[in-house]
Design a protein around this ligand. Structure first.
Ligand SMILES: [Ca+2]
Ligand SMILES: [Ca+2]
Ligand SMILES: [Ca+2]
Length: 156
């Protein structure tokens, strides 16, 4: 139910700095912090995910085609994973199956649609999910091979 709060229409970037958006983030942050606190345990960053970044892999277990270094990542935010390429030059649209927030202080939010649209979930710093195809780990179920944008708190 809380994920519905995060649903936003594409092209609503204009509202990202409005009071409404700020309140939405504040509500989300509170709700997500409570949720993540009981369902996810911080873990060591996967190989290949540099400090300060949110990292994404095409396959489960923090790898793409067997390599932990074949990832996509962002710092601050990224609005369209169609234009975010793995080192093998394939884009990350609708294929991420594991992710990790290696940020230094902020939570990340990831969305099913481009431009922070559609269903979303949050991950606290140093929390990941090594398999989006199940509901265990830091992410809820239902997000495998669907993510298309993401941001650190305050950049959505
Ligand atoms: Ca995948
Ligand atoms: Ca999972
Ligand atoms: Ca998508």
């Amino acid at each position: 139910m809380i994920w519905k709060i995060a649903e936003r229409k594409r092209g609503s970037d204009k509202s990202r700095l409005t009071g409404k958006g700020t309140r939405l983030l504040a509500i989300l942050g509170t709700t997500l912090a409570a949720t993540v606190g009981v369902t996810a345990v911080a873990s060591a960053a996967p190989a290949g995910c540099a400090s300060g970044y949110a990292c994404f892999w095409e396959d489960h277990s923090y790898v793409t085609d067997g390599s932990p270094y074949n990832e996509v990542r962002f710092y601050m935010y990224y609005t369209d994973f169609n234009y975010l390429n793995y080192t093998t030059n394939k884009d990350a649209h609708d294929n991420v199956s594991s992710l990790y927030n290696n940020g230094n202080s902020q939570s990340i939010y990831v969305y099913k649609n481009e431009n922070f649209g559609g269903q979303a979930f949050g991950l606290s710093k140093t929390v990941g999910d090594n398999d989006l195809s199940n509901s265990s780990g830091g992410a809820p179920g239902g997000f495998n091979d669907s993510i298309d944008s993401g941001c650190f708190t305050g950049w959505c």
